[in-house]
Design a protein around this ligand. Structure first.
Ligand SMILES: *Cc1c(COP(=O)(O)O)cnc(C)c1O
Length: 426
């Protein structure tokens, strides 16, 4: 979080989320702990809605939150209450959305490797649309839909071969990635889909990558998609909706500003002005990234010959992005009142996991002592959702702040849960 929802107040100058001091949250729920702000989540969703409204396109649009970014039930429930649809990538996510009160007819199902069981389940749930990513998936889906006596609503995820200029692990719209149907093959595949008795061709989908800071690639992709939509219409295949995916970046550091929803969506929406198709969007990170932080406590300070280490109680299993993408998260002290007691120096902020890749931040200039609380900011997206039990570490608690209230939205795991599904040899 690095927004209005977080601020420094009070005598000790402790960091607050909405009306609550992070030090109080740590005392009550322990660390490591993910902290989300209802206000910040709501504001991020409103930014999309307001932009669509400003372009006169709210009525024809559906904002399908990409569940994989943060799939906590309270987060999903909040978005469902705000009127969101959902973009899922597994039946696990389907079950979460339904448990959180989301409606199946606002769900789109993405992913390159849906199993037949998943297709069957989603068909029975009557989801809005399958985003089909290959010719083979189309055939499998058609067959399964036939076997349960249903027609599968389908979009093809088309790969526009546009470079999103982001980290290679989160680029998805280039020819070389595993995602989507090649642009040059999409037209023929639509013609074939239109002949399949158990397939209902509904739309087109495209998602070129994540953490996009420049609106230009998304607009370029939109142009290519629209050209294909018009070519299909001329051939008698009229699509009902255009799904432009997610991918809008968020600001992780001061030097790298992210576009606002208005800046990012504006160029795309201008190209879509006057069109009759419904519009779908699949934002993940931009709805949750800056609405969450990870609260952690300094366990040990180690002053080495070359480097100083601050070993904290959160690790790569709690927040994998630094280890996985070399991602940068701002790390700040929660209580700033007692800096005189320690001297600011560059620290490697690391976890206790047995991997050299287990770091949360390099070279951070902080005045620290053992027991200090730190907040790892902008951790609402792909944080807890990617957490694991590596090193047999129970996963962190998650709480949501709502004004002066705080709700525990996921209990900290118990040690006993770690191996509850395992057994010894007979
Ligand atoms: C991950 C994903 C999204 C969300 O991406 P963000 O960068 O988090 O907005 C949307 N659509 C698809 C198909 C995805 O795989």
């Amino acid at each position: 979080m690095s927004l209005a929802a977080m601020r420094c107040v009070g005598n000790e100058n402790t960091l607050h989320v909405e009306e609550l001091a992070l030090s109080d949250i740590a005392n009550r729920f322990g660390t490591p702990c993910y902290v989300y702000s209802r206000k910040a989540l709501t504001a991020a969703f409103a930014a999309y809605r307001d932009t669509l409204q400003a372009h006169g396109m709210l009525e024809q649009s559906m904002i399908c939150y990409a569940v994989k970014a943060n799939s906590n039930l309270a987060v999903l429930n909040l978005f469902a209450r705000l009127g969101a649809g959902f973009d899922i990538v597994s039946v696990g996510e389907l079950a979460r959305v339904i448990a959180a009160g989301g409606s199946p007819d606002k769900i789109v199902f993405s992913g390159v490797g849906k199993s037949s069981a998943e297709m069957r389940e989603a068909l029975k749930a009557k989801i809005h649309c399958f985003n089909v990513e290959s010719a083979s998936e189309l055939d499998q889906l058609s067959e399964i839909a036939g076997s349960v006596g249903l027609r599968a609503p389908v979009s093809l995820r088309v790969n526009p071969d546009v470079d999103p200029k982001t980290h290679p692990y989160i680029s998805t719209g280039l020819k070389s990635t595993k995602f989507g149907v090649a642009f040059g093959e999409a037209f023929e595949l639509y013609r074939r889909a239109a002949t399949l008795p158990h397939i209902a061709v509904k739309g087109i989908d495209c998602h070129i990558g994540s953490q996009l800071l420049d609106p230009a690639p998304a607009a370029e992709a939109t142009g290519k998609i629209l050209e294909l939509v018009d070519r299909l219409a001329a051939a008698g295949i009229a699509l009902e909706h255009i799904d432009l995916g997610g991918g809008m970046g968020v600001q992780y550091r001061a030097e790298e500003p992210a576009p606002s929803a208005a800046d990012y969506l504006g160029p795309m929406l201008k190209m879509l002005a006057g069109r009759r198709e419904k519009l779908l969007f699949e934002p993940g990170r931009s709805l949750v990234g800056n609405a969450g932080l990870l609260l952690t406590r300094v366990e040990v300070l180690k002053h080495g010959e070359e480097k100083n280490f601050a070993v904290v109680d959160a690790a790569m299993n709690d927040l994998m992005r630094p280890a996985l993408y070399d991602a940068w998260h701002d790390i700040v002290k929660v209580g700033a009142g007692d800096t005189a007691a320690s001297k600011a120096m560059p620290y490697e902020i690391v976890g206790p996991v047995c991997e050299s890749g287990d770091f949360l931040g390099h070279d951070r200039k902080l005045a620290l002592k053992e027991g200090d609380l730190l907040a790892i900011l902008s951790a609402g997206a792909y944080g807890m959702a990617m957490a694991s039990n590596y090193n047999s570490r129970p996963r962190a608690a998650e709480v949501m702040v709502d004004g002066e209230a705080v709700h525990l939205v996921r209990r900290r795991e118990d040690i006993s849960q770690l191996f509850a599904l395992e057994s010894t040899l007979p």
